[in-house]
Design a protein around this ligand. Structure first.
Ligand code: 1BN
Ligand code: ZN
Length: 337
């Protein structure tokens, strides 16, 4: 055997041993650990993000107090643990607009716990209990492939990447908030209430953080980040509380060629969403990346809170634009040059 043959045989054996080890550890093919060069952001795999969205949708609507909601909570907790996060589940109860007691869970995962400088990434994992903006089957819950599952899918893929590639030089915390979408129907069937029945998980966490003095340099909320041809405008409250983070994210997206999704224009209104409570109550500057239709009189594109919010709405190109942008933002955070 000459030198070339010997090195080829050696390389093949190493490859076989590594592949067998991953196979034996039970990693699905898209969750295989990878070695990457330090500092370069590792790739965001859109197929993997899509898989995580599909998985959530297949549980059925993740409406609080339902079986699908309970099963999905277990899946998210186990997945984040398997992806290397230090996971805590914050279980709590909250009163809904209709007087029902909701059993809710915020699911929290910490990556790179030794880093002092931290970034907080969030999405909501519950789905709307009714399709109040649809013209038919208004009383049935929506799939929430975009409004719910898309943000969680992108963040699970980010968790996979930072765990299985080289870690970023910053700590990353992921929170999947519950009870975001259990607000009163918006079809005028109930009087407007003074209580805020939306964003129940974010409201609870902002008053009861998982660590007493927890804080982060900044936060990014993902809500409805998977629809084909989504457009993310600079949301008003994000511009008020964290304009420098909006700039950082939008500039990064434009440098990567995602200017068609990240629009350099401010929304005319603010949107009530989880980031509001994190900004006001938890005092962490947080922005919201959320699909906005400026031609709509209700902020959102027509699929919002209808049965059109299903897997057919999801476009891997949009997931890639958001996921790759976020990974670049995270990996740009260097302590050493
Ligand atoms: C965003 C997506 N939201 C719910 N699903 C927040 C919201 C709150 C939207 C109140 C409209 C009204
Ligand atoms: Zn919603």
């Amino acid at each position: 055997m000459n030198f070339n043959q010997l090195s080829f045989t050696l390389m093949l054996s190493v490859l076989l041993v590594v592949s067998y080890r991953n196979y034996a550890r039970g990693y699905p093919s898209h969750e295989v650990p990878r070695q990457e060069k330090k500092h370069a952001p590792p790739p965001f795999e859109v197929d993997s993000a899509y898989f995580y969205i599909q998985k959530q949708v297949h549980f059925g609507p993740r409406v609080p107090n339902t079986h699908a909601h309970r099963l999905c909570a277990v899946y998210l907790q186990e997945k984040l643990t398997q992806l290397g996060g230090q996971v805590q589940v914050q279980a709590f109860e909250a009163k809904a607009f209709n007087g029902e007691t909701l059993h809710l869970k915020n699911i929290i995962a910490c990556f790179n716990p030794s880093h002092k400088r931290r970034i907080l990434l969030t999405a909501h994992w519950d789905t709307r209990p009714f399709a109040d903006k649809d013209t038919s089957n208004k009383d049935l819950p929506i799939d929430g492939a975009n409004d719910g599952a898309s943000g969680v899918g992108v963040l699970l893929e980010i968790a996979r990447v930072i765990s299985y590639s080289h870690p970023p030089e910053v700590g990353v915390d992921i929170i999947f908030f519950d009870g975001e979408d259990y607000g009163e129907p918006q079809d005028g069937s109930l009087p407007i209430s003074n209580n805020i029945f939306w964003c129940l998980g974010a409201q609870y966490w902002s008053k009861n953080k998982h660590e007493k003095n927890y804080t982060a340099a900044y936060g990014i909320l993902l809500d409805m980040v998977g629809a084909a041809n989504a457009t993310f405008y600079r949301e008003q409250q994000s511009m008020y509380y964290a304009p420098q983070i909006v700039k950082k994210v939008w500039d990064t997206a434009h440098q990567l060629g995602y200017g068609q999704y990240f629009i350099y224009q401010d929304t005319k209104e603010y949107i009530l969403d989880d980031h509001l409570f994190v900004n006001k109550e938890a005092h962490i500057p947080m922005i919201n990346i959320i699909d906005h239709d400026p031609s709509s009189d209700g902020f959102f594109p027509p699929y919002h809170h209808t049965h059109e919010d299903n897997l057919q709405l999801i476009d891997k190109k949009t997931l890639g634009a958001v996921g790759e942008t976020l990974l670049h933002v995270i990996y740009q955070e260097c302590v050493s040059p």
